[in-house]
Design a protein around this ligand. Structure first.
Ligand code: FAD
Length: 461
């Protein structure tokens, strides 16, 4: 049977969420995938990076346990085993997606899908070519690492996150990371925690340049204290093979600079994956490099929809999944209850960073009157127990109606706490309403209550 009601191209978090939702709502559904189920997220993104960070965290905790009376003589790092564990985790979760497809009766078609016309997809695989038809087609082909045209980026040892995650049997002596965004910072945390010499080169004026200034500044202080070299406002000119390994040459404030590393990671962003997605003569309207979609995820080609990294301004797994569910609900005439405008975003550095909504600066630029409340976690019992770094929580609310507009959290477990703020925003809660709940002691969450008290005081004066 080659005819479906919904045919999804790409089995990443966007595609698999859409397919499972469609099957649940009774649509005859298939997913075409040319690599592993789970997409970038499970195989080359979120999950592998967090698995590596779990390993480096264990190592770091053992090595820095002396404040709590724990010391160890000979802690070994086995890079082969670290990467094998990473592979096992991905395989287990990817296999889980295939099982879910099977029990939901979603057909999994291995191969590369090309849209031939509004209702037809040609799938190319080792077995040959097959034609499938569908009432609706959903593009969820995700994104791939971008490589800018900088001389030397094709040298051996210069990698994107895809190649770096393939693993290496030894720990690099040193690594230069081009790009101080989320991916660069997470890899810097991993390699620095294992004892590798790390240099980050960022083109803009601080790490995490798209986020609240204080997050990038605080993270810079913490990483520098741990020995990470950081050059900001630094534009990479070339990478060269030299006697010591690879030399990255850059200019910062019109002065030349250079950094040496055994390996180089290029983490300067990702681009939508569109290779071979559209057949000859079929060209959807674009929005820069992404597929343009309307508010219903409809592309300029009728019956063809797009979600996730391939079309979204924000490239995050939970955004792709939420869009996947939403587009199927729309197709089936159901109301979708997830607010797609409120997007929490997390960085699994040490300490973790989690943000949602507006920063104070963004609110000011949008001429929204706001107040912010803050708590620095110096006196937070849990932080003192764990001998934590300088951490803080910042909450933003509208000055007129006190509704919560955003939060920037930088502390242990902040990635698990940010949904509390997202929930408050989705329900238009005020600072006073959010402050009504008691926070248990001792927890990092207690700092939330303090930040709220500070915010409420400022809102009332
Ligand atoms: P993808 O996950 O990219 O899946 C698309 C799938 O489509 C792929 O499997 C691809 O092989 C397949 N495909 C492409 N073209 C075709 C075709 N023509 N035919 C058949 N199949 C095709 N996000 C977070 O939310 N949290 C994180 O912690 C996080 N960490 C990340 C760390 C790294 C190193 C990277 C690179 C990304 C990270 N992301 C994270 C981003 C997240 O992985 C993506 O936003 C998410 O995977 C996008 O989902 P998607 O479904 O749009 O596409």
């Amino acid at each position: 049977m080659n005819n479906y009601q919904l045919l999804v191209i790409g089995a990443g978090p966007g595609g698999y969420a859409a397919a499972l939702r469609a099957a649940k709502l009774g649509l005859r559904t298939a997913v075409v995938e040319n690599r592993e189920a789970g997409g970038t997220c499970l195989n080359r993104g979120c999950v592998p990076t967090k698995t590596l960070l779990h390993s480096s965290r264990i190592y770091q905790d053992i090595c820095s346990g002396s404040h709590a009376g724990i010391t160890a003589d000979s802690v070994q790092i086995d890079m082969g085993a670290i990467f094998a564990h990473k592979r096992q985790v991905s395989e287990k979760l990817s296999g889980g997606i295939l099982s879910l497809f099977k029990s939901a009766k979603v057909d999994f078609i291995s191969g590369t899908g090309t849209i031939v016309d509004a209702n037809t997809v040609r799938v190319h695989s080792a077995e040959g070519e097959q034609i499938y038809t569908a009432d609706d087609i959903l593009i969820a082909t995700g994104s791939v690492p971008a490589r800018p045209p900088i001389p030397g980026l094709d040298l051996p040892g210069v990698m994107t996150s895809d190649e770096l995650l393939n693993g290496c049997d030894h720990l690099y002596r040193s690594i230069v990371i081009i790009g101080g965004g989320v991916i660069g910072v997470e890899f810097a945390t991993f390699y620095n925690d294992l004892g590798c010499e790390v240099t980050i080169i960022e083109g803009l004026d601080r790490l995490l340049p798209t986020m609240d200034r204080e997050l990038g500044q605080n993270l810079t202080l913490i990483l520098k204290k741990r020995g990470v070299k950081i050059s900001t406002g630094a534009l990479v000119q070339s990478v060269e093979q030299t006697g010591h390994g690879l030399t990255v040459r850059y200019s910062a404030k019109e002065m030349p600079g250079q950094a040496e590393g055994e390996a180089v990671l290029c983490a300067i962003g990702r681009k939508p994956c569109l290779d071979g997605v559209f057949g000859e003569g079929l060209q959807p309207e674009m929005n820069g490099r992404s597929i343009r979609v309307d508010s219903n995820f409809q592309t300029s080609i009728s019956h063809v929809y797009a979600i996730g990294d391939v079309s979204s301004r924000i490239q995050l797994a939970h955004v792709a999944s939420a869009q996947g569910t939403a587009v199927v609900d729309l197709l089936c005439g159901k109301e979708n209850s997830v607010n797609l405008e409120i997007v929490p975003s997390c960085i699994y550095s040490r300490p973790e960073i989690a943000v949602v909504g507006m920063t104070e600066q963004e609110a000011k630029e949008a001429q929204i009157p706001v107040k912010s409340g803050k708590c620095i976690l110096f006196g937070n019992a849990k932080t003192v127990i764990m001998d934590g770094d300088r951490c803080f929580m910042k909450l933003i609310a509208r000055a007129d109606n006190h509704c919560i507009l955003g939060a920037q959290l930088m502390c242990e477990h902040s990635t698990d706490m940010i949904s509390e703020i997202a929930q408050a925003m989705a329900n238009h809660m005020t600072a006073e309403q959010l402050a009504q709940a008691m926070r248990p002691h001792p927890t990092f969450e207690e700092a939330m209550a303090e930040a709220l008290n500070d915010l409420i005081e400022k809102l009332n004066h």
